[in-house]
Design a protein around this ligand. Structure first.
Ligand SMILES: Cc1cc2nc3c(=O)[nH]c(=O)nc-3n(C[C@H](O)[C@H](O)[C@H](O)COP(=O)(O)OP(=O)(O)OC[C@H]3O[C@@H](n4cnc5c(N)ncnc54)[C@H](O)[C@@H]3O)c2cc1C
Length: 434
């Protein structure tokens, strides 16, 4: 199996084609090796290269850098989450710790954007949690109280106000939270590639087949050669399990999303010319929906246990139909055929929604499992795992390490059965919100 993503994500297709792509074509020896060049690996490489300007940092990816989940997500840089995948948060103290991490993540992205003058359509417009089910008002009221205790500015809205803000009368109740940010993830990932210091040796389209420890060195086998490294950071997120890393503590899930073409002026006026917005679901399996800066609608409404390496065109088309229905439910006045692209992406989850940030062995480090917060937390964890790997610590690392640890998971087929049952149940509850 090789990581092989579809080529149909608009966020990626709108970027300039990159040239001068280097692949691994012979054996290599290095001191620092990072596997996976998404937000985590790119941030780890940037940080290490800054710390050691005279050393070479090798960063390698199975596909083109940044073109995995990092460029394929919905672009919410989150300050809070109501549902972490398919679990809800109830415990104030733990929730505070989690939101502290989100804050550090937002800071990390903001610092990067400022330092490198990045244009990634960064919009501090806040976000909505919204539902068509009036019964969900209770959940949002409780969440509002919860957020207010932590000083997050928020307010409830109902159908008419939501219609004015979002241009759809699908939603009956919503909670606006001021601190969320929307951005273009493809542009952010590309900026991280462009910002890599010269001492990062970026190798792409080079799939890590296997790895082992031999005489204190890590030997990595790729299709066209071996890399022998003194230290390694695994930043492959949804593919950690397939590399045997923390394999009883994380599992991959496949998500799909679709984006429309830009709405015409008339179509946009017909829905009330709303400003850019983002809606997250109240129910864990409901749809994430966005109106982008350039008047396109993005919808993500599937999450499933699937082959993380590849989704066939036929399977992707089936998910695209679910997304077309999701858009039609919210915007019945828009034509049926406005979806421009549909794509899949892989994330990594743990049983209790905890992230993974660890030293696995002497000179072996791993960071991953952010679910729907990987833009900020992935950037943060990438930078911080680099600092941990050089043996240092700071307040960010202390905060990260004070979080709950990932819980043990049973092996397959029990694991997949359990996840599928849970997802099925959550989908049933959220069926009106898909
Ligand atoms: C549809 C969708 C919507 C999402 N929405 C949001 C959102 O709105 N906000 C948010 O914060 N997060 C969101 N996420 C999650 C977010 O995208 C991830 O958490 C984030 O991209 C993780 O970054 P990463 O660098 O750790 O992993 P990735 O971006 O997945 O990068 C890992 C890299 O490792 C490489 N790799 C894997 N196996 C190997 C191997 N064997 N050899 C070499 N390289 C390998 C892959 O090719 C990949 O490029 C979403 C994800 C998806 C799929």
């Amino acid at each position: 199996m090789r990581v092989s993503n579809d080529k149909s994500c608009s966020w990626i297709n709108e970027l300039n084609l990159r040239t001068n792509i280097q692949t691994l074509s012979k054996n290599l020896e290095c001191e620092w090796l990072i596997i996976g060049a998404g937000f985590t690996g790119l941030s780890a490489a940037r940080k290490l290269a800054e710390i050691y300007p005279n050393k070479t940092i090798t960063l390698i990816d199975a596909q083109l850098a940044g073109e995995g989940a990092s460029s394929r997500n919905s672009g919410y840089l989150v300050d809070t989450t109501l549902n972490d995948g398919f679990t809800s948060d109830r415990d104030l103290e733990n929730y505070k710790k989690k939101t502290d991490i989100y804050k550090f993540g937002i800071e990390a992205v903001k610092n990067f954007i400022q330092e490198y003058q990045v244009d990634c359509d960064f919009n501090e417009c806040g976000k909505y949690y919204a539902s068509s089910k009036i019964d969900d008002q209770k959940i949002l009221e409780n969440f509002s109280i919860f957020l207010s205790k932590l000083n997050y500015e928020n307010h409830l809205l109902f159908k008419d106000d939501l219609k004015k803000k979002l241009g759809t009368n699908f939603y009956n109740v919503g909670l606006y939270t001021k601190g969320g940010i929307l951005l273009n993830p493809g542009k952010l990932a590309r900026a991280m590639i462009n910002a890599l210091p010269n001492n990062v040796n970026l190798l792409e389209n080079s799939f890590l087949i296997s790895w082992k420890i031999n005489n204190g060195k890590i030997i990595c086998e790729f299709e066209k050669g071996f890399i022998k490294s003194k230290k390694i950071i695994f930043a492959t997120n949804g593919f950690l399990k397939s590399l045997g890393i923390k394999k009883n503590y994380n599992f991959p899930l496949t998500l799909t999303a679709s984006m429309t073409r830009p709405l015409s002026d008339k179509e946009f006026i017909d829905i009330g010319s709303p400003k850019e917005w983002g809606v997250l679901p109240v129910r864990p399996m409901g749809a994430t929906v966005r109106m982008t800066k350039d008047k396109r609608i993005l919808i993500r409404n599937t999450v499933e246990v699937s082959n993380p390496f590849y989704m066939s065109k036929i399977e992707l088309d089936k998910r695209s139909i679910i997304q077309r229905i999701g858009i039609k439910k919210r915007f019945p006045q828009l034509p049926d055929d406005i979806i421009e692209s549909s794509w899949s992406g892989v994330v990594s989850r743990t049983r209790n929604s905890s992230q993974i940030f660890e030293k696995l062995d002497d000179n072996i480090f791993v960071a991953g499992c952010y679910n729907g917060s990987g833009i900020g937390v992935g950037t943060l964890f990438g930078e911080q795992i680099a600092i941990k790997a050089i043996g240092e610590s700071n307040r960010e690392i202390e905060s990260i390490e004070s979080l709950n640890k990932a819980k043990w998971l049973p092996p397959n087929p029990l694991l997949n059965f359990g996840i599928k049952t849970k997802l099925y149940y959550e989908r049933l509850i959220a069926r009106s919100e898909i």
